[in-house]
Design a protein around this ligand. Structure first.
Ligand SMILES: Nc1nc2c(ncn2[C@@H]2O[C@H](COP(=O)(O)OP(=O)(O)OP(=O)(O)O)[C@@H](O)[C@H]2O)c(=O)[nH]1
Ligand SMILES: [Mg+2]
Length: 346
């Protein structure tokens, strides 16, 4: 028994190279539902596994976990490397656990040149949250395409929510396509920015500003405070130039110091206000439904692509046709049609 009176079951680690039969899905589901961390971690490992037999078990677990309807909140946090995302999540997460909320943190970094060093770095930056019994932190699944990482993260969210985490925070580095991917799996998207250069509005990626539900100027402390206040005013002005969002929400601009734990409460107030408004006007639920739909379509696309690429005949024919296309003796369009015909008649 743990301190909450929940029975702790131990899960045996399967032997290396085992077929994965050692995982009993029902047992893992029961473990997840009673917030057994070992079961939860094991299930996420299965979700992340590229082995088909593991994925089959993972799918069964996800299906059982999906039926657990709970009020949860998914928050995405983005910003350039070094803006202070992990530091912010440490302070913000602790604030939430003090409010008796259970918080899970995932990171999405498909570039996954993520060395051991930077994972350790994250853990050091979230040192206290790591030890908090009401928090669960899991770094990005390593390797793989953005599509793969996105799928794994979405599935992990379901497991975490079934395990009783009220709030799932997803950190993603503000480069490349990962922001769009994270935006498509969260309810609220927070952009962290830096000030100080005096040219805050330059280099703002329009798409990201459109995705953000709030912008927080971080590192608003010490000598940087004055510049942060200026940046706050400028961002607010700049955001007014964007057309209103379809949910009617006007993105908020704030400043904070993640390092000094300042300005975090007002950000939570804004998130609560967002949740209240978007639940009242139906956007919250509709957004999740749309996200589920696009997840379905993406999954079909991904599976078809994988199946196509794995097909033996395609593998055999592709290099030959590729060469013809490259030297101009066959049009890409025709080559594609031929390959698709071969694929369909398999
Ligand atoms: N002065 C000040 N420094 C901060 C603040 N927040 C973070 N830092 C520092 O900025 C550096 C980077 O912080 P991280 O939290 O690792 O930033 P990150 O955005 O998670 O970085 P990546 O994960 O590499 O993208 C660290 O040295 C932090 O101590 C802040 O509010 N004020
Ligand atoms: Mg970080």
């Amino acid at each position: 028994m743990n301190e909450n009176g929940t029975k702790i079951t131990t899960f045996k680690k399967p032997k290396a190279g085992s077929s994965g039969k050692h995982y009993a899905p029902e047992e893992l589901v029961a473990g997840i539902l009673s917030n057994n961390i070992a079961a939860l971690s094991k299930a996420i490992t299965l979700v992340e596994s590229t082995k088909q037999e593991h994925q089959a078990i993972a799918n069964r677990i996800i299906e059982s976990c999906l039926s657990q309807k709970k009020e949860t909140l998914r928050i995405g946090i983005t910003g350039v490397p070094g803006v202070g995302k992990s530091t912010f999540i440490e302070g913000f997460g602790k604030m939430l656990t003090q409010m008796e909320k259970k918080v899970a943190v995932l990171t999405v970094d498909p570039t996954s040149s993520k060395t051991k060093g930077s994972i350790l770095g994250d853990k050091t930056r979230m040192q206290e949250l790591v030890q908090d019994p009401n928090a669960f932190i899991r770094p990005s699944p390593s390797g793989g395409s953005l599509g793969g990482v996105t799928r794994k993260t979405r599935e992990s969210i379901i497991l975490l929510e079934a395990a009783g985490y009220d709030i799932v925070i997803i950190e993603t580095v503000g480069v490349g396509q990962s922001e769009t991917a994270v935006h498509s799996m969260v309810d609220f998207f927070l952009l962290l920015k830096l000030s100080g250069a005096g040219d805050e509005l330059q280099g703002i990626k329009r798409g990201i500003m459109e995705m953000a539900d709030a912008v927080a100027i971080n590192k608003a402390d010490g000598e940087n405070l004055k510049a942060a206040k200026l940046a706050e005013v400028e961002f607010r002005r700049a955001l007014q130039l964007f057309p209103p969002k379809e949910n009617g929400w006007i993105p908020k601009v704030m400043r904070c110091s993640a390092l000094q734990n300042k300005g975090l409460e007002p950000i939570w107030d804004v998130i609560e206000e967002f949740v209240k408004t978007s639940k009242a006007n139906g956007f919250f639920e509709r957004n999740r439904q749309e996200q589920n739909k696009s997840w379905l379509l993406q999954h079909i696309e991904q599976s078809l692509k994988n199946d196509f690429n794995r097909d033996a005949k395609i593998k055999k024919m592709l290099p030959n046709l590729e060469e013809k296309v490259m030297n101009g003796t066959l049009s890409p369009f025709n080559a594609a049609l031929q390959l698709l015909a071969i694929y369909r008649n398999k």
